[in-house]
Design a protein around this ligand. Structure first.
Ligand code: SF4
Length: 360
């Protein structure tokens, strides 16, 4: 398991709960409905049945304009595949993706290119994602040139304005990627992502490749850009400390399924699923008075080609019973425990587990 690191962004980086736009009147930006993604793998013999990697399984959630959703899980749990499906870099096997009320699940060609203007990707490794032959201004201008709706002077002016917005100077706009630090390259990646004025930015581990000292700067910049441009983020991370400070909602993913979903503060205070509890208890906290109960998770993530029957977490769960080995638990509300309807958990025994120790 990847253990979270304690990056501490500014305390007011992104508020929990309400986003800085009007309450219920906010536009429903993204709806993911029962999304699944399977990849065929090479069969072991001519007569062997074809096998599949079940990377994403029956995932549903929605995101309003201005909200930020964190998707958390171990390496190999399917969170990056889910992000790539949202952006339609992969066409999902099942389910539906609705962006601003429009079904984009299977669109192609010009329709897909137009839909992608509303959603952009920020990569984990800013150096690998930037063409080393282009100057910073050219990297930011490239999407505008491809769209072909601006003159060269207009595109240059917008690229320069965006680079200044992310904290780079006019002189730096003429430099090549290798002349920047990791944090500065991620600033270029953010400016490039904003060039087409998107509604949604999907960021895959946006600060995990950076020095700890600059992580908070980039997260604070993302928060500022969110406020200024009314952006929504989907942030993929294994680092719960980042999710806690940056996101409104969080989806905990295990072997391609959401096992717990809800407002960040709610889940950090009242985690229900044994996997969520183990993840939270692994966050290092500088508080010697905090009670710490290590929850033992056994073994590694199972093979996604042959996931365990029933609850996929059952081989590692210290509470597993017979029902866990036969029936997949639904992601359900727990109003019986006084939890808000927005907090959902997929565990047969959630009502019977010992009370969790929150970390907020
Ligand atoms: Fe553990 Fe069973 Fe709950 Fe799965 S359903 S998390 S195996 S108790």
């Amino acid at each position: 398991m990847n253990h979270p690191t304690a990056s501490q962004p500014r305390a007011d980086a992104l508020p929990h709960g309400a986003a800085p736009v009007e309450g219920d009147a906010r536009e429903m930006l993204l709806e993911i409905d029962r999304l699944s993604m399977r990849y065929p793998v090479r069969s072991r013999g001519f007569l062997q049945p074809r096998q599949y990697v079940h990377a994403v399984n029956d995932v549903s959630f929605s995101l309003r304009q201005g909200d930020t959703l964190g998707i958390v899980g171990e390496s190999g749990c399917g969170k990056t595949t889910l992000a790539r499906c949202i952006l339609r870099l992969h066409e999902p096997t099942e389910g539906r993706i609705t962006l601003r009320g429009r079904d984009i699940t299977h669109i192609q060609g010009r329709e897909l290119r137009e839909a992608r203007r509303d959603m952009q990707f920020v990569f984990q490794d800013p150096y690998a994602s930037l063409d080393p032959r282009l100057r910073a201004i050219e990297l930011v201008r490239e999407p505008l040139d491809a769209l072909g709706r601006m003159t060269r002077a207009e595109a240059d002016a917008r690229a320069l304005a965006l680079l200044e917005k992310v904290g780079l100077s006019r002189a730096q706009a003429r430099q090549f990627p290798h002349q920047f630090s990791g944090g500065q390259r991620q600033r270029i990646g953010l400016a490039r992502a904003l060039a087409l004025n998107p509604r949604l930015v999907v960021a895959d581990e946006p600060v995990s490749a950076l020095d700890v000292s600059v992580r908070a700067q980039i997260l604070n910049l993302m928060a500022d850009l969110r406020r200024e441009f009314g952006l929504s983020y989907v942030i993929i991370s294994h680092d719960l400390a980042i999710i806690e400070h940056v996101c409104d909602q969080v989806a905990i993913v295990y072997l391609g399924r959401i096992v717990e979903y809800g407002p960040v503060e709610q889940i950090f205070r009242h985690p229900q699923h044994p996997y969520t509890r183990a993840l939270l208890e692994s966050i290092p906290r500088p508080d010697p008075t905090r009670r710490r109960r290590e929850l033992d998770i056994l073994g590694d993530l199972p093979n996604p080609v042959s996931p365990p029957p029933g609850c996929a977490f059952n081989p590692r769960c210290p509470y597993a019973q017979d029902v866990c080995r036969s029936t997949v638990p639904a992601l359900a509300e727990r109003r019986d425990a006084g939890l808000p309807g927005s907090h959902r958990v997929a565990c047969h025994l959630a009502a019977e587990l010992p009370e969790a120790v929150g970390v907020v």
